[in-house]
Design a protein. Sequence first.
Length: 155
Amino acid sequence: MNELSDILTADAIDEHLAAANKKALFQQLAGAVSRRTGLPAKTIATALADREKIGSTGFGAGIAIPHAKLEGIDRVVGYFARLASPIDFQAVDGLPVDLVFTILSPADAGADHLKALAGVSRALRDRNLTAKLRGARSRDAIFALLAGIESRHAA
């Protein structure tokens, strides 16, 4: 994976997702990803929740990268959501989360899964980018910011 656009499409972005808590968020994300992959939403939500039991995927500064490996998916898939209101995520810094980049990978995608996680993490550690993501007015604007980030880092 060289660019976030390898795993994220413009229609896999929700610029105003409403969720009251982490469980509700995972259910909403699972439903959205299910429509794109054909995997059952319950399977996705369970996989995300099971991974979260190992430790919070909220890595600080209002950002979370919930992720899981699943049978029945043939490539790494991303889904980005900007939450309507921040929610408690038990993040490492204790701050609520409002930017969520979900990554689902095939069960046997060891290296590809890690590359996707690293790429997303690297992009979302850029405070300038996250400020722009929070202020973006549309799904297309968010996609343009995310799709362009890797090429800027490579330059």
